[in-house]
Design a protein around this ligand. Structure first.
Ligand code: FAD
Length: 417
C-alpha cells in the first residue's frame, strides 16, 4: 500500500451484512486508508435471518444477531455512522449527500443499501396491525404481538407464502397461534423452488395446522382503528388480529435515481462488482450482476451472497479486479426442517426428487436441458459439500441416478482428469 492509497477514503453506504463485511474485508486485506460505513438504522450491523425464525419464537436472544460489537469497529478503524441515511449520490463531485445535508466525500464507494419490503397499496393496509418484516424494529414489534396472541388467542393472516411468510407461519404454529397463509400461486415457495417442492411444503404447513389457501390473494383489508378482517380474492372473509404482508422486497435504489448510475431493479454491476461509474461498486441484495455459470443478470436475496459479494467488492475496490464467481447458497428453517439450496435456477424444465417427504430428509435437483443448475437438501447437510461441487462443475447427470437413493451423490462427480 502506497502512502497515497493510505490517504484515500472508501465509503460504504448500507451497514447490513454486505456493507459491514466489506468494511472488515478492506482491513483484512491491508487497506490502511479511511473506511466510513454509513447505516440508516440505529443498530450495529446485524443478521436478518433470525428475524423470521429464532428471534420471533424466542429461541434466539437478540444479542446473538450482532456479529460484532461497537469496540470491534473502533479497533478496526471503521468509522461506523449509524442513523445516517444517504439521499443522493453525485458521481462527478464524488460525494454522498446525507439526509441532514452533510456531504461525504469518497475516493471509492460501495453501495450496499439492500432492500425494503414491497408494500400493498390496498385501502385498509395503512391500519395498525398490518405489518412487514425486514428490520429489527419490525421483528421486535412482531415478536411482541405474537407473544400477546399466543397468550390470549387470536388469528394471524399472512399474505405471501414466500420464505418470510412461510417461516413466520411456522413460528406462529410453534407458538400455538392460529394462522392463515394466503398465496396467489399454486404452492408455497413456488417462485424459487417450483411446485414439486412447494407441494411438499404445502403438505407440511397443513399438517402443522396452517390454514393454507392457495391460488387466493388479498382483495380488501378492513377494521375500525385496527385491522380486523381480510377479504380474499375468492370472497372469503377472514377475521384477524394481525396481517403480515410478505410479498417480496424491492432493492433500495431510489436514492440513486438521477445519479447517472446504471440501474435496473437494483444497481447493475459487472463481474467485478463495479457499477457503470468507475470506482463505485455494489454488493448484496442491491446488486444485479452477471452470474458466471449462465451469464444471466441476477440479484440474489441471500445472506451468504451478501457476505461473499461484500468481500469480493472490497477486494476489487483495492484494484484486485477478480470476478465474483461463487455458487449461490441459501437456507430456510421451518418446523425443525432445514432446507439448504445451492446454485441458481431461474428456469428449469425438470425437477428430480430424491427421497420421500415422509423420510424426514430428502433432496431435489433442478435441471435445464439436462444440465444441473441448482439443488436443494432438506435435513441432509451431509450432502451439501458434494452438491456444491456438482453444481459448480456443471454436469448433465442421469436423472435416474439423481433420483436413486442407492447412488452416492459423489458418484455423479466427473472423474478427475
Ligand atoms: P440489508 O440487509 O438490507 O442491509 C442494507 C442496510 O442498508 C440496511 O441496514 C439499511 O437500513 C441500510 N440502508 C438502506 N438504504 C440506506 C441509505 N439510503 N443510506 C444508508 N443506509 C441505508 N437469507 C438467507 O440466505 N437465509 C435466510 O434464512 C434468510 N432469512 C431472512 C429473514 C428475513 C426476515 C429477512 C428480511 C431476510 C432474510 N434473508 C435470508 C436474506 C438476507 O438477510 C439478505 O440477503 C441480507 O440481509 C442482505 O444483506 P445486505 O447487506 O445486502 O442488505
Amino acid at each position: 500500500m502506497t502512502s497515497a492509497e493510505a490517504r484515500q477514503t472508501f465509503v460504504i453506504v448500507g451497514a447490513g451484512m454486505a456493507g459491514a463485511n466489506a468494511g472488515e474485508s478492506l482491513r483484512r486485506v491491508g487497506f490502511a486508508g479511511g473506511v466510513v460505513l454509513l447505516g440508516a438504522e440505529p443498530h450495529l450491523p446485524y443478521e436478518r435471518p433470525p428475524l423470521s425464525k429464532g428471534l420471533l419464537s424466542g429461541a434466539t436472544p437478540e444479542a446473538r444477531i450482532f456479529p460484532r460489537d461497537a469496540g470491534f469497529y473502533h479497533e478496526q478503524r471503521i468509522e461506523l455512522r449509524l442513523g445516517s441515511r444517504a439521499v443522493a449520490l453525485d458521481t462527478s463531485r464524488r460525494t454522498v449527500a446525507l439526509a441532514d445535508g452533510e456531504q461525504v466525500a469518497f475516493d471509492r464507494l460501495l453501495l450496499a443499501t439492500g432492500g425494503e419490503p414491497r408494500r400493498l397499496t390496498l385501502p385498509g393496509t395503512e391500519l395498525p396491525g398490518v405489518v412487514y418484516l425486514r428490520t429489527l424494529e419490525d421483528a421486535r414489534a412482531l415478536a411482541a404481538a405474537l407473544r400477546a396472541l399466543s397468550a390470549g388467542g387470536g388469528r394471524v393472516v399472512i399474505v405471501g407464502a414466500g420464505f418470510i411468510g412461510a417461516e413466520v407461519a411456522a413460528v406462529c404454529r410453534t407458538l400455538g397461534i392460529a394462522v392463515t397463509l394466503l398465496e396467489i400461486l399454486p404452492t408455497p415457495l413456488s417462485r424459487v423452488l417450483g411446485d414439486d417442492v412447494g407441494a411438499r411444503y404445502a403438505d407440511m404447513h397443513r399438517a402443522h395446522g396452517v390454514d393454507l389457501r392457495l391460488g387466493e390473494g388479498i382483495a380488501a383489508v378492513r377494521g375500525a382503528g385496527q385491522v380486523e378482517e381480510v377479504e380474499t380474492t375468492t370472497g372469503a372473509v377472514l377475521p384477524c388480529n394481525l396481517l403480515l404482508v410478505g410479498v417480496g422486497m424491492r432493492p433500495a435504489d431510489e436514492w440513486l435515481r438521477g445519479s447517472g448510475l446504471r440501474l435496473g431493479e437494483g444497481a447493475l454491476v459487472d463481474a467485478t462488482c463495479e457499477t457503470s461509474v468507475p470506482g463505485i461498486f455494489a454488493a448484496g441484495d442491491l446488486a444485479r450482476w452477471p452470474y458466471h455459470m449462465s451469464g444471466e443478470l441476477v440479484r440474489l436475496e441471500h445472506f451468504d451472497n451478501a457476505l461473499r459479494q461484500g468481500e469480493a467488492a472490497a477486494r476489487n475496490m483495492l484494484g484486485q479486479r477478480q470476478p465474483y464467481a461463487t455458487v449461490p447458497y441459501f437456507w430456510s428453517d421451518q418446523y425443525g426442517l432445514t432446507l439448504q439450496y445451492v446454485g441458481y435456477a431461474h428456469t428449469w424444465d425438470r425437477v428430480v426428487l430424491r427421497g420421500g417427504a415422509d423420510d424426514g430428509s430428502w433432496a431435489a435437483f433442478y435441471l435445464y436441458k439436462g444440465w444441473l443448475r441448482a439443488a436443494l437438501v432438506v435435513n441432509r447437510t451431509r450432502d451439501l459439500v458434494t452438491l456444491k461441487r456438482l453444481v459448480a462443475v456443471a454436469i448433465a447427470p442421469d436423472p435416474d441416478m439423481l433420483a436413486d437413493e442407492g447412488t452416492p451423490l459423489k458418484a455423479l462427480l466427473p472423474a478427475p482428469a
